[in-house]
Design a protein around this ligand. Sequence first.
Ligand code: MG
Length: 369
Amino acid sequence: MKITDLTMTMIEWTGARVQYGAHNPVLGSSQIGLVTIRTDEGVVGQSYLGASYRSAEIEAWSMINVLKPVILGRDPFDRGIIWKALLNRINSTSYRAIGAIDVALWDLAGKAAGLPVHKLIGTCQPSVPAYASSATLASPEAYVEQALAVKAAGYVGYKTHPPLGISADEHILMHQKIRDAVGPDFLLMLDAAGHLDYSQAMKVGDAIAEMNFHWFEDPLPHTDIWTYVKLCQKLKIMVMATEYAPGNFHFYAPWITSHATDALRGDVAVKGGITPCLMTAHLAHAFHMNYEIHHGGNSVNNIANLQLTMALPNSEMFEVLLPNEAHQFGIVGDLKVGPDGHMHCPEGPGLGVTYDDDLIKRHTVAVLS
Ligand SMILES: [Mg+2]
């Protein structure tokens, strides 16, 4: 089988616009790119590129001009060779664009084999416990209200993205209110999105450890391995960094060997596809560390992340960023937490995604080839 074509259909995506940290702008609309890879045997692989806060227009030029020529004529099952060849061009593109091709190739391979991606890799868990993750909200009361709604909806836990610029004391007060509201045992996590300094992180980390929080995510800036080492040595709570740490697979090594994080983190969009996430998960596994998966930014990457997580022995939960309308678009039968608090994968070969063709047609602004 040979790859004969790659196109990217640019689709206008309007809807809820929210913020999770200083890293993401609040946009009126963005474009999502439907990547379609075709072969000489008629088997097709597809994925989505982009998010509501990050338009696929950023990657469009390099997808067509830099990456497409690398894959044309290759065997679509040679994902290892292809990923390495794509990575050679990283200086002229992004991990997100490479990731969209890799995810589409896994979809294609699953369809050719008649198997969902998690079975193709090797299933470790038939479904994954799901937790909900907040946007930045206006007041502590808004977080309390959301935490209670999340618990009532059946999620196994709740993670906050606190407002930007609040003090350590305000962090502590807000999270104590949430803990008091949901009870002593409901799973809670805090994601500071890299906004705290060392003294703030120490104070907040000690306090939420006392409140029985499960993990403290990205307390410090993503480049500050040096201070993360100190923080990990001192805090009792599990510290989880590396979601947006610069670099890719190879750049996890210093975080592990320096003891700068207690678990690794990544997702198929930010880290360049399912292929490097699998490598990273196995690397973490060798050190008895978990690899926890970030949300995917769009409906298809969320499902790709779920397929991946189902095939990992060392991944605990599935992240669902709220509100849903900022992360779900353009497919039929999108993910929804089950009555058991788990996320269940759609049936069907490949990613198992059914695209909403009518909606896509109505909102298509260009087809790039
Ligand atoms: Mg995070």
